[in-house]
Design a protein around this ligand. Structure first.
Ligand SMILES: [Zn+2]
Length: 136
């Protein structure tokens, strides 16, 4: 099995497109409202586009109108890692894949969304791959 934490930038560039590399490996952000999964309601599981780990499910996806796919919870607590991000003059909580440490997006709390957690995992579409399948 590949240990994704030891893959070099050069190897990642071969595995990913330029835009995937910019978001996943350089903590970039895709433009709002253009990501392929922003308004997707298809039932299925969203995996990390870099390593394939299952991260989010359609059952926790909600319509936040923020321009990016939004989830109120990850599929499992240990699927993602949350860490403080002080870039761009803000204090935010970055969300990264626990398996390969690729950048997924950010999580925001207490915004008043009518969801079970009032958390918004704001995730770049380009960081995800949706596999259509029944989710129970
Ligand atoms: Zn990953």
């Amino acid at each position: 099995m590949v240990d994704f934490k030891f893959i070099t930038d050069d190897q990642w560039r071969k595995r990913l497109t330029e835009e995937e590399f910019r978001v996943l490996r350089q903590a970039g952000t895709e433009a709002p409202h253009v990501g392929e999964y922003t308004n997707t309601t298809t039932e299925g599981v969203y995996s990390c586009r870099a390593c394939g780990s299952e991260l989010f499910r359609s059952t926790e996806k909600f319509d936040s109108h923020c321009g990016w796919p939004s989830f109120f919870s990850p599929l499992a607590g240990d699927a993602v890692i949350e860490r403080e991000d002080r870039s761009h003059g803000m204090i935010r909580t970055e969300v990264i894949c626990a398996t390969c440490e690729s950048h997924l997006g950010h999580v925001f709390a207490g915004e008043g969304y009518d969801t079970p957690t009032d958390l918004r995992y704001c995730i770049n579409s380009i960081s995800l791959t949706l596999e259509e399948k029944p989710v129970s």
